[in-house]
Design a protein. Sequence first.
Length: 135
Amino acid sequence: MNKVEHIGIAVKNMEQSCKLYESLLGVPFYKKECIASEAVETAFFKLGDNKIELLMPTDQDSVIFKFLEKKGEGIHHIAFDVDDIYAEMERLKQEGFTILSNQPKRGADNKMVCFVHPKGTNGVLIEICQEIGGV
């Protein structure tokens, strides 16, 4: 793993949350995107090398909707950048971690992503991601 790529934050209202984070961080979001396959809308903020991803569900079948119902707004995941997502998935499996999908999925911000189950990471959902141009 190379670095923390972003921190994902689950929100109930994207418009209000974007205004809040623009005020808090002092910068506007640089990208909004809907990921239909995950039923989620995203907005990204960047401060130097650090990124924050806001995640809002677009329907009740969304994992983010279920997260909000159970835990409320807040940190949903920490994402790490990797050079080779397939090799990293295999390495993590060999280390005994539970990967939540057999193949990476197309995610937001031009990334291929997969998640590590939080039961093996002290309750923290971990995302590994790779820039699509590098896959």
